[in-house]
Design a protein around this ligand. Sequence first.
Ligand code: SF4
Length: 361
Amino acid sequence: MRVGIPHMGNVYVAIKAMSNRFGGELIVPPVNNQRALSLGVRYSPEGLCIPFKLTLGNLIEAAEMGADVLLTIGGFGICRLGYYTKIQEQILHDLGYNVRMIQLNVSEKKLPGFLQVFKQLSNGASWPTIISAFRFGLTKLNAMDRIERVVQKVRAVEQIKGTANGLFARAIKAIDNADDYDSLKKIQIDYIEQLTQVPKDNQAQPLLVGITGEFYVVLEPFSNLDVESELGKLGVEVRRRTFISEWTKFSLFLNPLGIDETARIHKAAFPYLKRDVGGDGWESVGEKVLHAKEYDGLIHLAPFTCMPEIVAQNIMPSTKESIPVLTILCDEQLAKPGMLTRLEAFVDLLERKRRASNNKR
Ligand code: SF4
């Protein structure tokens, strides 16, 4: 069985680690690029959201590379995600690819469902092997996310722009190549140390901007034109709640430490939105309310035509917890010059706001 996967940020590193451990044959398509987007756009219904189009492009590329089974993400929520697998399967069959789709229903079936799917893909590996593979993949995710949190801070204040991104790219490669826990630990310590040594502007007091919105566009830099790096170049420190390792903790396990971050966010949104509207719309509103005092501003990333985020976008201006929000609609038409102009104007506004409030004090 040759198993192809779609991309979402660096998740492929963890899935590859798992697959290597149980001896699976994994086909990782090229990281997101213009070709994947063009393929996805060409064969998707026009009004569909960008996560559908980009992942379809990845699946087509994986099928071209010889995958006969494709792993997709599904859900039982009230947005289109629940239809992704069926529609993508139909499109792939119409294009002549003889592939079988396997859907990961993570939110519904939690960890047992997740492991069951990998057992199915493993050509008979034992349960201890599957569990140990999962643990190793998770450790890689944790290492990447810990390093990325430091990168977000360094980008804002580094003297030579791009240094932190360069180190991060090297760290991902090293983590991808690591075969055991000891090497992983060393890589994590080493890269965090290198990031702390990067020459910085010690006088800088960077603006703090939160990133919220739909899960896929928040985590896939190609779909948001690498908004976090662009903010870093403008001297802005980015904070985001959405990290795959965090999500795994709260979605796959049944609330291991009794801390329910999602419930806390829903509670914050409650005065303005009392129910799930699909996708991450409820969380987007809650994050604005929860972090209004902490952040200078918020960037809200929403796929074009995404109903849950349209609901959130319309509620955000009317919350009493006031903080500037810039919504960026992500689709194949989003272009860098337009996005940069909007980011620069937003950052300019936040700087003036901060100066005005400092003067008042
Ligand atoms: S949350 Fe929005 S973008 Fe994501 S799958 Fe649902 S409709 Fe599409």
